[in-house]
Design a binder for this molecule. Structure first.
Ligand code: OOG
Ligand code: MG
Length: 253
């Protein structure tokens, strides 16, 4: 018997106290792992956090190869994860955080289930350059598929830049992430399933499988286009996305 609630509590505690835990390992099946994720998010919502959308994971080859997981996954975002520009984050609030370049969608109309790229695009209100701060709750930032799913796909922080109109062409735009002025990752939005909108199509299907939907006002992260980079004390991180502009945040010294 898998004790979903006990696992959810242990992951939630790990996140809350910034303390790494042992991996559950390969015996945790994907289906049970999503139940653990849902239960651990429920604990956060009970504490007063608000759901703001979802994130896709492992939608690029670069991310799959970096982490050794080759299945698409998803996680839930809450308002507590939003990082405001100009308010430095503290490393002490995390375990071993990393940052990665992303594209964010703002949902304008309900989207769920099997949809076409055109339908997905029509449901988008706006797109933005973004970064995700991921922080695995497992020792050494290592996990099997079930582990990372249970851990809400390592979701930890979200930085969103200015919103652009939904008809901005994002099929193949340059994405450049720099730390303290030095370029650390360069990629293209095309690395995300060939087109970031395909990630939104997958997002609609995956939340649909869970009996949920993407609602107006939701944020959806399409998944990183490049590998993630470790955060260091005092660093300043910037993402620059062609046609979409920039987003920034810093880490307290
Ligand atoms: C899991 C989350 C993957 C992405 O953008 O591919 C992800 C991890 O890498 O820890 O967020
Ligand atoms: Mg990500």
């Amino acid at each position: 018997m898998v004790d979903i609630d006990a696992m959810a509590q242990s992951i939630d505690e790990a996140a809350r106290t910034h303390t790494a835990i042992r991996q559950f390992g390969k015996s945790l099946r994907e289906e049970d792992a999503y139940a653990v994720q849902a239960a651990s998010i429920k604990r956060r919502l009970t504490r007063g956090e608000r759901r703001i959308g979802m994130k896709m994971g492992f939608t690029s080859r670069a991310k799959m190869d970096q982490m050794g997981v080759h299945d698409m996954i998803w996680g839930r975002l809450t308002d507590q994860m939003l990082v405001e520009e100009g308010a430095p984050i503290k490393l002490a609030d995390y375990i071993h955080p990393r940052v990665e370049p992303e594209i964010a969608f703002l949902i304008g109309a309900r989207l769920q289930g099997i949809v076409s790229i055109a339908q997905a695009q029509a449901a988008v209100a706006a797109v933005a350059p973004a970064m995700e701060i991921i922080d695995s709750r497992y020792e050494n930032f290592q996990f099997a598929l079930g582990d990372v799913v249970a851990d809400n796909a390592s979701s930890s922080g979200v930085v969103i830049g200015p919103w652009a109109t939904r008809d901005t062409d994002i099929a193949n735009i340059g994405m450049l992430m720099s730390i303290d002025g030095e370029v650390v990752q360069v990629g293209s939005s095309a690395a995300i399933l060939g087109h970031p909108l395909r990630s939104l199509v997958a997002a609609a299907r995956l939340v649909g499988n869970a009996g949920e939907s993407l609602e107006p006002g939701d944020i959806v992260l399409a998944g990183a286009a490049t590998p993630a980079e470790a955060l260091r004390p005092g660093c300043h991180v910037r993402i620059e996305v062609q046609r979409l502009g920039c987003a920034d945040f810093s880490v307290a010294a």
